[in-house]
Ligand binder design. Structure first.
Ligand code: ZN
Length: 152
């Protein structure tokens, strides 16, 4: 699983567009939508934020590929037009928006990767972000425990 994650991260790094802009929600340092990453100019040199957003891009590509393959199989078996395969590109964003457990898993994975890029331990800070900023019913202590489990 770790090597699959590394492959997806490398592919995501190659298959993403990064834009430096302050057109982001007030509390966000960066954001990823599909394969487009927006990062505040002041964080241009912050490898952790770049890694965080690249994890989201890898999540997008991984789920999209699996979803498109599954939809292709469904279209083939049902004799439907293969045009429906493109709907697979929306699955990650849809799951992230409407399934809290998926959003939590996505953010824990992204923040756990981000943690690896700083010399100091920011686990409690990122746990606070996860608990407060993503419409999740989770305490900072629970989020910190998930980040520590992911890192070990
Ligand atoms: Zn994130």
């Amino acid at each position: 699983m770790a090597s699959l994650t590394k492959v997806l991260m490398a592919l995501a790094g190659a298959l993403q567009v990064t834009i430096y802009t302050d057109k982001l929600p007030p509390a966000a340092g960066g954001a990823a939508n599909a394969f487009v990453v927006r990062i505040r100019p002041k964080y241009r040199g912050d490898a952790g934020i770049h890694a965080h957003e690249t994890v989201h891009v890898s999540q997008f590509w991984g789920v999209s590929v699996l979803s498109c393959v599954a939809l292709y199989a469904v279209c083939y078996l049902a004799h439907w037009s293969a045009v429906y395969v493109v709907l697979g590109l929306a699955v990650h964003s849809l799951l992230y928006a409407v399934v809290p457990a998926y959003r939590l898993r996505s953010e824990v994975q992204a923040y756990a990767e981000q943690l690896r890029h700083y010399p100091d331990d920011r686990t409690d800070l990122f746990a606070e972000y996860i608990a407060q900023g993503y419409r999740l019913d989770i305490s900072p202590a629970q989020a910190a425990a998930m980040l520590r489990r992911r890192a070990s």
